[in-house]
Design a protein around this ligand. Structure first.
Ligand code: IFM
Length: 448
């Protein structure tokens, strides 16, 4: 009972959020966004971030000290291909190669995310995700990655949170490339290009990397049934997989095509005519078996079966616990999310992000005491363990994040790390939560 003996305990990061060394690579869409006044909290940017490119050995040593044996990081497309296609930057590749070697020497298994939002600006100038050629560009980039690292890296995630980089990037305008209210006529092809890019990457990885394991890391807040009444459970399930036009945070919008080979019916009825002509022919490429169905889970929404039999959301209770980012805390999301996802997609589940933003400070004793984060992780992990005990094939959990980092439009104002970063000095301080997590890992979650 509990977590599998080979449970994957890890920590996650993303290139733009930690790497820095902005002068040593070409621009991504996030560099451009950061230069636009008023877009990012405090005018912050990713030029230095956690200076991970120059300090990765120290960061790997911290993971080793904590017993974190799995590390999820992303590759910056513009660092390895400045124009997005064609020329390869050998220095950029060398950085990741050294990082991978260092991880392996320290007994840490690398999990590579191919795309965590930092599109080369050169490709944005060619239309970015709206250009129907982008799946081909993504395949070319994936080939470079697979050929360089495939001998040493066997675990890959194609895309991180397509919901966010599509929804926030093209509909809400809060993420790069910062476009707002892009018409549905453009949004639906963007969604389709993203899905084709995923399919192309899976195909390339399977072809070039012997023994590869591939997944994808979407998001979407799990719906939590208000009670054990089967009608509430079904209402929560229906709400979780519902797909409304102009709602890009739906799980099923991206995951049904990838995992079931079809767009949700309700979407096809209302927006199918906006998909690229002949989209049906792409469904086999998009729908390929995956080794993991990964999901990033932080929040949840409680829902019940309303009087008319339809899902009805409960208002947040007064005083609901919240993170420093203002997100309400719903540990049960890590029970119902994996359960609903596993029941629908029948693929082993990997939690590729979960964690909490806190107002962390280095105390007078030189330590970072973050009991709220410990409590958050403890509650969420208990829920995940219960899911495993109830038959959900849960393979792993990655804490977000290893380091405090650049939290996109919030700049450095949010701290999600297990390790505190003083941005003025780049001093790392291991937080109490990291030591607590180290204990959980050592015990394989038995003492939770
Ligand atoms: O920091 C982000 C990450 O890049 C994507 N998932 C959510 C995290 C916290 O907002």
């Amino acid at each position: 009972m509990g977590f599998r003996e080979d449970f994957i305990w890890g920590a996650a990061t993303a290139s733009f959020q930690i790497e820095g060394a902005g002068d040593e690579r070409a621009d991504s869409i996030w560099d451009v966004m950061c230069r636009q006044p008023g877009r990012i909290y405090g005018g912050h940017d990713g030029r230095v971030a956690c200076d991970h490119v120059h300090r990765f050995r120290e960061d790997v040593a911290i993971m080793r000290e904590l017993g974190i044996r799995n590390y999820r990081f992303s590759i910056s497309w513009p660092r390895v291909m400045p124009q997005g296609t064609g020329e390869v930057d050998e220095k950029g590749l060398a950085f990741y190669s050294e990082l991978v070697d260092c991880l392996l020497e320290n007994g840490i298994r690398p999990f590579v995310t191919l795309y965590h939002w930092d599109l080369p600006q050169a490709l944005q100038l060619r239309g970015g995700w709206a250009n129907p050629d982008i799946p081909k560009w993504f395949a070319e980039y994936t080939k470079v990655v697979a050929r360089c690292f495939g001998d040493r890296v066997k675990d890959y995630l194609t895309l991180n949170e397509p919901q966010c980089f599509v929804g926030m990037g093209y509909h809400m305008g809060t993420s790069a490339p910062g476009m707002k209210n892009t018409p549905r006529e453009t949004m639906m092809p963007i969604v389709h290009h993203v899905l084709r890019a995923h399919g192309e990457a899976v195909r390339v990885l399977r072809e070039l990397v012997p023994g590869v394991r591939v997944g994808v890391a979407p998001c979407g807040d799990p719906r939590i049934p208000a009670s054990d009444d089967p009608r509430d459970i079904e209402a929560a399930r229906a709400a979780y997989f519902a797909c409304e036009p102009d709602e890009y945070f739906c799980v099923s919008l991206f995951s049904d095509p990838m995992m079931l080979g079809a767009y949700p019916d309700e979407l096809l009825m209302r927006c199918g005519h906006l998909l690229p002509r002949g989209f049906e022919r792409d469904m086999a490429l998009i729908h390929q078996p995956l080794d993991y169905y990964a999901q990033n889970i932080y929040n949840g929404r409680v829902c019940l079966c309303g009087a008319d039999g339809r899902p009805e959301y409960l208002p947040e209770p007064v005083g609901v616990p919240r993170t420093a980012a203002g997100w309400s805390i719903h540990p049960e999301a890590l029970y119902w999310g994996p359960r609903f996802l596993y029941e629908r997609y029948r693929t082993p589940i990997l939690i590729t992000e979960n964690g909490m933003s806190c107002h962390d400070v280095v105390s007078l004793d030189g330590q970072v005491h973050d009991p709220n984060r410990i409590d958050y992780m403890h509650r969420y992990l208990l829920a995940l363990r219960r899911a495993a005990e109830d038959g959900v094939d849960v393979r792993g959990y990655f804490a977000w994040s290893l380091l405090d980092n650049f939290e996109w439009s919030k700049g450095y104002s949010e701290r999600f790390g297990l390790v505190h970063v003083d941005y003025a000095t780049q001093k790392r301080t291991i937080k109490d939560s990291a030591r607590w997590y180290a204990g959980v890992i050592a015990e394989n979650g038995r003492t939770l």
